[in-house]
Design a protein around this ligand. Sequence first.
Ligand SMILES: Nc1ncnc2c1ncn2[C@@H]1O[C@H](COP(=O)(O)OP(=O)(O)O)[C@@H](O)[C@H]1O
Ligand SMILES: [Mg+2]
Length: 261
Amino acid sequence: MSFLSIKNLKVRFDLDGQVVEALGPIDLEIAAGEFVCVLGESGCGKSTLLRVLAGLQQPNSGEISIDGHVLDGPSHERGVVFQRPNLLPWLSVRKNIALGYQVRGENIPKQTMDEIIETVGLTEFDAAKPSKLSGGMAQRAAIARALVYSPKLLLMDEPFSALDALTRLRMQRELLYICERKNLTVFFVTHDIDEAIALGSRVVVMTKRPGRIGRIIQIPLEHPRSRRGRDFIRLQGLLAEELSDLIDPVIASPIQEYEKE
Ligand SMILES: Nc1ncnc2c1ncn2[C@@H]1O[C@H](COP(=O)(O)OP(=O)(O)O)[C@@H](O)[C@H]1O
Ligand SMILES: [Mg+2]
């Protein structure tokens, strides 16, 4: 049985009477422990899909079940990380990470907290305010905050796309380490082909809006993955082709004309 099951999912938005079909229908099964990357052009519905899985957006049709339970609103059993870390500037790193517990009037066990802070490599900065953190460190705090309730599923929406290239590579490596250590199933949205190949056990390529599953590509490479390896480069080409097939021909044609000159 799959860990995460999405059946006939559709989302549309009503903008002052104008209906925008944003997503679907989508059917997808994800096994426990998989690292699924969702790749697609801007506006194809990736964030909408992630928000539905997080329980933050109600779908218009379809059913989602996670670990045998039908999804019904947000739950701390799913950790969510967005592009921006969204830390509260007046709280220390430690207090930001513990926020979910604090909001519930609960105390996070000190050992759990120490272990999470150590896992994301922020032990020496746990008393610092967010303004003292680099972009990568702030995102590590956001990951820690998503992990405090020991979720089995981690939902990530372009979590590294605002980081510089080197930090992004480092964060990708660290994320793989965290996922292995915590035995997580990951649903990772990105528009970056290399990131999808570096991280995913499968890459789901979405069509343009309304986003559907265009193709699913297995990444049968061991970690650590060499970006210079033949298989990596072959997958880069394959995914670039898949994505360029999705570009609207009206937009693509002036570029082709330009290339002919
Ligand atoms: N809350 C909303 N209200 C109206 N339209 C929305 C809303 N959220 C997203 N959309 C529209 O749905 C489509 C998919 O958006 P989104 O999921 O953010 O795409 P992506 O993350 O792939 O860039 C876009 O056309 C976007 O404008
Ligand atoms: Mg998005």
